[in-house]
Ligand binder design. Structure first.
Ligand SMILES: *[C@@H]1O[C@H](CO)[C@@H](O)[C@H](O)[C@H]1NC(C)=O
Ligand SMILES: *[C@@H]1O[C@H](CO)[C@@H](O)[C@H](O)[C@H]1NC(C)=O
Ligand SMILES: *[C@@H]1O[C@H](CO)[C@@H](O)[C@H](O)[C@H]1NC(C)=O
Length: 404
């Protein structure tokens, strides 16, 4: 074989060998007590000192498609427990909440060149500009210039949210651009951008409604609310949102009623309820015993995943798969509904694979699991493919994001 083509085949071999391996990272909620940390740290003074200032972890995991398996490849100790993490527009930074901070705070990390680890970049303490007693709960990066980051709060009186800057090309969190108020009684648990980035949708769980804000393309500010739409029923409580890439439909997971509701996206970002909801529970289960969690479109936007969690630890949560119309993303039908291994705790969060419609990662903090689930080729069923248990004394696992 000619040396040049031999080199090319070698390169191909290398590419196909890594193509089967994907990297994901999961964050943590509350952290084990100080005594537990000291016990696990042993006698090594230096290590103990480092652990004493840590209150959270980022777990870097590797998933292989063939012979499905999840392995832990790095553990980043940090001074923040991130109940929610998200990626920057270019996948080079992780932004997170600081779940245990006294003042609402957001944190940022730089990813290493190979995505296998991250380093602390700093935090933005948003302080008392929003009302007291709130925790940072959710964070989302603008995929477009000016790469602003949108932080939301929960508990206390969380009617306010904060926009943060990340520099000209979108890097580490730098500072506050603007605080903005939704309205009295609001508490937004999740946001999503329209495909062009012109609008930000906010799921106001406390206020049982969804907001549309116009995004200023120069500053990223949310100058005024364009419109609001109510949840489909009293107490349905929209929690998280997913937007179809064709820009015709927005899907909301409803925490209160454990359903997914479909909204049509019209002129000026206005959302209209299409009168279609789909339950995330089997017949006979009461929504009062569950809390709807996550909704997410698959990489091709042909399917939708959604999940709910059980309040009772003895009962499982559920995941459901739906088909979406190829031309416009209209919800067609529920394909299946499966019980998860545990209640899901505060999580049962879903992260669709970046490569394969059939796969998603699921996290749970009832026992500390990160799992990968896989649908059958015909999309008529879904099953657990691999899992890893991360026992850090109750922190793991909040949500996960796929890096590759
Ligand atoms: C991580 O991997 C993704 C996908 O391969 C890539 O786009 C991104 O630039 C990588 N990030 C870093 C920091 O290397
Ligand atoms: C939903 O149902 C209401 C009441 O029946 C009706 O007025 C409205 O037009 C319907 N909306 C859509 C988008 O079909
Ligand atoms: C899951 O996380 C929540 C939020 O920090 C916490 O209240 C709960 O106790 C955790 N669950 C377990 C089983 O540790």
């Amino acid at each position: 074989m000619h040396i040049y083509s031999a080199l090319i085949s070698l390169a191909w071999l290398a590419i196909s060998a890594v193509a089967d391996t994907h990297i994901l990272v999961a964050g943590t909620f509350s952290f084990p007590s100080l005594t537990e940390i000291i016990l696990t740290a042993g006698q090594q003074r230096k290590l103990t000192r480092r652990l004493l200032v840590s209150t959270g972890f980022l777990y870097f995991l590797e998933y292989t498609d063939d012979n499905p398996e999840i392995r832990q490849i790095d553990t980043v100790r940090t001074s923040a427990a991130s109940s929610w993490i998200t990626l920057s527009h270019d996948g080079r930074h992780i932004y997170g909440t600081d779940w245990n901070a006294d003042e609402p705070t957001f944190v940022s990390y730089g990813l290493s060149y190979d995505n296998r680890s991250a380093s602390w970049e700093g935090k933005v303490v948003v302080g008392s500009s929003c009302s007291g007693g709130v925790k940072s709960i959710f964070v989302l990066a603008n995929p477009y210039y000016p790469y602003t980051v949108y932080g939301n709060y929960y508990y206390g009186d969380p009617k306010c949210s904060t926009i943060m800057s990340t520099g000209e090309s979108g890097g580490k969190l730098e500072g506050v651009v603007e605080d903005y108020i939704y309205s009295e009684g609001s508490g937004v648990h999740g946001t999503a951008f329209s495909p062009s980035g012109a609008f930000l949708f906010s799921a106001d769980t406390y206020g049982n409604r969804i907001w549309t804000h116009e995004v200023d393309p120069m500053t990223g500010k949310l100058t005024h609310a364009s419109s609001t739409v109510d949840g489909p029923s009293p107490g349905s409580d929209p929690r998280h949102l997913a937007v179809h890439k064709k820009g015709k439909y927005v899907y909301a997971v409803l925490e209160g009623s454990s359903e997914v509701a479909q909204y049509e996206l019209g002129e000026g970002g206005k959302l209209t309820y299409t009168n279609e909801t789909y339950s995330l529970l089997p017949e006979g289960r009461s929504p009062a015993d569950y809390w709807g969690d996550e909704v997410a479109v698959t990489v091709s936007h042909r399917y939708l995943w959604a999940s709910t969690r059980s309040h009772e630890v003895a009962n499982p949560g559920y995941v459901s798969g739906f088909s979406l119309a190829e031309d416009d993303g209209k919800m067609e039908k529920r394909l299946f509904l499966k019980a998860t291994k545990t209640s899901g705790g505060f999580a049962n969060s879903i992260a669709p694979s970046l490569h394969d419609d059939r796969k998603f990662a699921l996290t749970d903090n009832a026992t500390g699991l990160v799992q990968v689930w896989e649908a059958t080729a015909g999309f008529d069923d879904v099953a657990l493919a691999a899992e890893i248990q991360i026992d850090d004394g109750g922190g793991c696992c909040a949500n996960a994001v796929w890096l590759t």
